[in-house]
Design a protein around this ligand. Structure first.
Ligand SMILES: [Zn+2]
Ligand SMILES: [Zn+2]
Length: 148
């Protein structure tokens, strides 16, 4: 696993360049400032087996306009709310953004310790997302939200 920074993928909240975190099956981008998480459309599609589409969401999910712009293409995202959790979806590239507070709702506190530990430390560098458990929890949530 490696951590790299690309300047052309800014955090939709604070414009901080997102850092890439690679897991065996999931590529995710994390903001070191606000701890938000960006899952590119390709990642979500790979994990779910289909694209994340606001037209195919679980019963009970609501959609509203989001003030956030997609870090990939600058498109206005849609805020989807499901089971008290809000995620932002890009209608163009189908990427998904989760604020740290929303991550906390999706995951149970313990796993989040790993996600929050983005500061490069000797053992944690490149492994800030733990063994992928946090990401798997998030994907599990998205799989309930985006139905095919
Ligand atoms: Zn941020
Ligand atoms: Zn996009």
């Amino acid at each position: 696993m490696t951590v790299t920074t690309r300047d052309n993928r800014p955090c939709p909240r604070d414009r901080t360049p997102l850092k890439s975190h690679r897991h065996t099956i999931i590529g995710a981008w994390l903001c070191s400032a606000c701890r938000g998480l960006w899952l590119p459309g390709a990642t979500v599609e790979k994990a779910l087996g289909h694209v994340a589409d606001s037209k195919h969401v679980a019963v009970g999910a609501t959609a509203a306009a989001s003030p956030l712009a997609c870090p990939e293409d600058g498109a206005s995202m849609a805020a989807l709310k499901y089971r008290g959790v809000e995620v932002d979806l890009c209608p163009q590239c189908h990427g998904v953004w989760l604020d740290r507070g929303e991550l906390q709702h999706v995951t149970t506190g313990t796993a989040l310790g790993g996600l929050g530990a983005v500061a490069p430390t000797a053992h944690a560098q490149g492994d800030a997302l733990g063994a992928g458990d946090v990401l798997l929890e998030i994907i599990g949530f998205l799989a309930q939200l985006f139905i095919f």
